[in-house]
Design a protein around this ligand. Structure first.
Ligand code: FAD
Length: 414
């Protein structure tokens, strides 16, 4: 009798990295990686950055080329959706009714773009950005549009805005909050990004709601806001957030809250099933329970821990959340977690108007998050400051002559 395989549902970054990690950790048994998209597993960040702007080729987004899966004996099944998990029989069922048994299961089903439900939202020319094909369509829309409306001032909306502006398109961003990105960063840094975009000629409509889209034939021709403002557009991009794909896990009786609840070893409420990436709501040794982020780095790094757990080894996922963006000539990296009410001050080291600085979010005198903007190779000391949980001297923290990696040392010896 052949051994039951290790099955991975969701062939995105987390799924592909889990297959890789199983092989790297010495597992030689069968691995089945099932994904409902037609493309090889790929990374999504380029879809709103270099791939969208035409600076990177499609192949650069793939986690591995096709040969890698063959060479590593990974049974990659693309274009196939898993529709059910039976945890008692340890099987998953595909849309064509095929059943696949598993010894261990990893769920890495990721997220889907949140739909905007207003009249006209299904017209041609209204785009979402989650998949490679979406990026192709938006690239074509940018090339053929004079005016574009972007709904939602989150990361994806602003990255698409930057790509469109660089191509000379007039862009209006419609944001329901006071500032774009305020939910992710708080108002202080959100202002920096708002300034970046207005300086590049973007029209920001904040505290604004889209009521409907106007349609000419079957094509979108503009957006109408709740206050009656009409915004003509050749194309619309909706970026109002993503929702984790939790349906399978919930239907299988796994514990689900904002994500699939996992312990620090990424084990779900069923010991045979692990979860990683966007869907995992994990116990974090430093940050506490219920940590779920939609970050590339989590999908990259959690699978090694999930693979170890599947192999019955001890492992804990304790990486700090890490995120990055590129917009115009601004590149930034963000470490840590900022939640509303989770910090009391933001302090800056460097040149904020010149957009070359590090921002630190502080709570009770301790660093909870740090963002380096056009400053590089400072990730390790920023992480060390957050991890230490120690009181920091703000004057030294923001002083450009005090090396970041000496701030803690001097605290200890003071
Ligand atoms: C345009 C864009 C830009 C981004 N830029 C950044 C960035 O700059 N920095 C950053 O940190 N993060 C970024 N992100 C977020 C990052 O890409 C995600 O956090 C990451 O893709 C999560 O990986 P994942 O493998 O968990 O999920 P996904 O990448 O969503 O992959 C999950 C896969 O599972 C498939 N699937 C779902 N259900 C089933 C099923 N029932 N059966 C079979 N297959 C299924 C999905 O179709 C998908 O292919 C960006 C996301 C997008 C969309």
């Amino acid at each position: 009798m052949t051994a039951q395989p290790f099955v991975i549902v969701g062939a995105g970054l987390a799924g592909a990295k889990a297959a890789e990690a199983l092989r790297e950790q010495g597992y030689t048994g069968p691995v089945v990686l099932i994904g409902d998209e037609p493309d090889l597993p790929y990374e999504r960040p380029p879809l709103s950055k270099d791939y969208l702007t035409g600076k990177a080729e499609r192949d650069a987004a793939f986690v591995h080329d096709a040969d890698w899966y063959t060479d590593h004996d990974i049974d990659l099944r693309l274009g196939q959706a898993v529709v059910e998990i039976d945890p008692d029989r340890r099987t998953v069922t595909l849309a064509d009714d095929t059943r696949v048994g598993y010894a261990r299961l990893l769920l890495a089903t990721g997220s889907s773009a949140r739909p905007l439900r207003v009249p006209g939202a299904d017209a041609d020319g209204v785009h979402y950005l989650r998949r490679l094909g979406d990026s192709d369509r938006i690239k074509a829309a940018i090339a053929s549009s004079e005016r574009m409306v972007v709904i939602g001032g989150g990361w994806i909306g602003l990255e698409v805005t930057a790509a469109a502006r660089e191509a000379g398109v007039d862009v209006t961003v419609v944001e329901s909050g006071d500032l774009p990105l305020a939910g992710a960063l708080g108002p202080e840094l959100a202002r920096v990004f708002a300034g970046l975009h207005t300086e590049h000629g973007v029209t920001l409509r904040t505290n604004a709601q889209v009521e409907r889209f106007t349609v000419d034939g079957s094509r979108v021709s503009g957006a109408v806001l709740a206050d009656g403002t009409q915004l003509p557009a050749d194309a619309v991009v909706v970026g109002i957030g993503a929702a984790p794909n939790l349906h399978l896990a919930a239907a299988a009786g796994l514990r689900v809250r904002r994500g699939v609840v996992v312990d620090s070893a990424l084990r779900t409420s069923n010991p045979d099933i692990t979860a990683a990436g966007d869907i995992a709501e994990a116990d974090h040794p430093l940050l506490g329970p219920g940590v779920r982020v939609e970050h590339w780095a989590t999908a990259l790094n959690q699978p090694a821990v999930a693979a170890a757990t599947m192999l019955g080894r001890d492992a804990v996922y304790d990486e700090l959340p890490y995120f990055f963006t590129d917009q115009y000539d601004l590149g930034m990296e963000f470490h840590g977690l900022v939640t509303p009410g989770g910090y009391d001050r933001v302090v800056y080291r460097g040149d904020v108007p010149g957009r070359e600085f590090i921002a630190f979010w502080l709570r009770d005198g301790r660093v909870v998050a740090g963002m380096n903007v056009n400053v590089w190779d400072v990730g390790e000391p920023i992480k060390a400051l957050i991890r230490s949980g120690q009181l920091v001297d703000e004057v030294r923290l923001i002083h450009p002559d005090v090396p970041l990696d000496q701030i803690l040392e001097s605290e200890e010896t003071r």
